[in-house]
Design a protein around this ligand. Structure first.
Ligand SMILES: Nc1ncnc2[nH]cnc12
Ligand SMILES: [Zn+2]
Length: 322
């Protein structure tokens, strides 16, 4: 049982956390047919590419500032209900633009959701703006420029998500330069769908303090040592990795091997209902499938707070709570 443990999440895509029941209600409200993407209470996809398509389609039923406030509040309430004290949400202002809501309204809805949830439970949250690799380097630069110009104190990080097989990390380096120069924390999806080379590319071109997934670094022992030496923090999402077939089962998942090699690891849920998981389940898996003790799990939570994109005062307050 891990219900007594305080929890922290560094890697969850906001739209990827949309509860199927809420999505169904939204689709009804707007008269959108999502029967191909949502069936019997479950999102429908069969591989990474179709997951990304399903994700974009589902996102389309969240359309207004209030829709985003509700989605954010709903997810943070769920996290608070399982003893979560801090959450970083990956958000896409570009998506707000694409659906005609606008980036500012998209962000202000999300911030309102954070405010409502914090008022009820005290949960802290910050936002990581992401570019989507499959929309190309220019769009990712636009996302970085938005993150910097928005001057929103809750935006504390920048990420690159989407189709990892498209282009090379160096094509997106300029966007990370913009974010780094403005003092945003940097993290990047790498070593999830692509192999170790993708993590090497990320370290060389971006110099991030964290990597989203990074688990396929395990294919290159020198790279594992490099990650350990650098102190790069991996945002590991085991349930997501198994659902997407990155590893066949938890027994072959490298979370424990990476940790034992000295890599700083943390646990997150990624896109929980898409992958039939939740942060609660990820903590349970850490204890059950991976056999970590409470002390080891708390150690990963502490690592997450140490690596969080927050000011030092907030970090100190969070560390004092675990
Ligand atoms: N697991 C994932 N990998 C890459 N991009 C994503 N966007 C949403 N979830 C993602
Ligand atoms: Zn992700």
């Amino acid at each position: 049982m891990t219900s007594h443990l305080k929890k922290v999440e560094l890697h969850c895509h906001l739209e990827g956390a949309a509860p199927p029941a809420l999505t169904a209600a939204q689709a009804r409200k707007y008269g959108v047919d999502i029967s191909a993407e949502l069936r019997d209470g479950a999102y429908v996809w069969h591989d990474f590419a179709s997951f990304l398509v399903c994700y974009d389609k589902i996102s389309e039923v969240y359309r207004t500032e209030e829709d985003y406030a509700l989605l954010t509040e709903t997810y943070l309430d769920e996290l608070a209900g399982i003893n979560t004290i801090y959450s970083e949400l990956i958000v896409s202002p570009d998506h707000g633009k694409r659906i005609g809501l606008g980036a500012d309204a998209y962000m202000s809805g999300i911030c309102e959701g954070i405010r409502r949830a914090r008022e009820k439970s005290g949960i802290e949250a910050r936002l990581i703006v992401t570019g989507e690799r499959h929309f190309g380097p220019e769009s990712v630069i636009g996302a970085a420029e938005y993150a910097v110009k928005a001057g929103n104190p809750l935006i504390t990080g920048f990420n690159l998500a989407g189709e990892e097989r498209m282009g090379r990390v160096a094509d997106y380096a300029r966007a990370f330069d913009i974010a780094r120069d403005a003092g945003l924390g940097l993290t990047i999806h790498a070593g999830e769908v692509c192999g170790a080379f993708s993590v090497t590319d990320a370290l060389d071109a971006v110099r991030p303090s964290r990597i989203g997934h990074g688990v396929r670094a395990v294919e290159d022992i020198d790279l594992v040592k490099r990650l350990a030496d650098l102190g790069t923090v991996l945002e590991v999402c085991p349930g997501s990795n198994i659902a997407l077939g990155v590893f066949p089962d938890f027994a072959s998942h490298p979370l424990r091997r990476l940790k034992e090699a000295g890599v700083r690891v943390t646990i997150s849920s990624d896109d929980p209902p898409f992958f039939h998981t939740s942060l609660e389940r990820e903590y349970e898996l850490a204890a059950g499938a991976f056999g970590f003790s409470d002390a080891e799990i708390n150690g990963m939570t502490q690592t997450a707070i140490e690596a969080a994109f927050v000011d030092e005062e907030t970090r100190k307050a969070l560390l004092a709570r675990i």
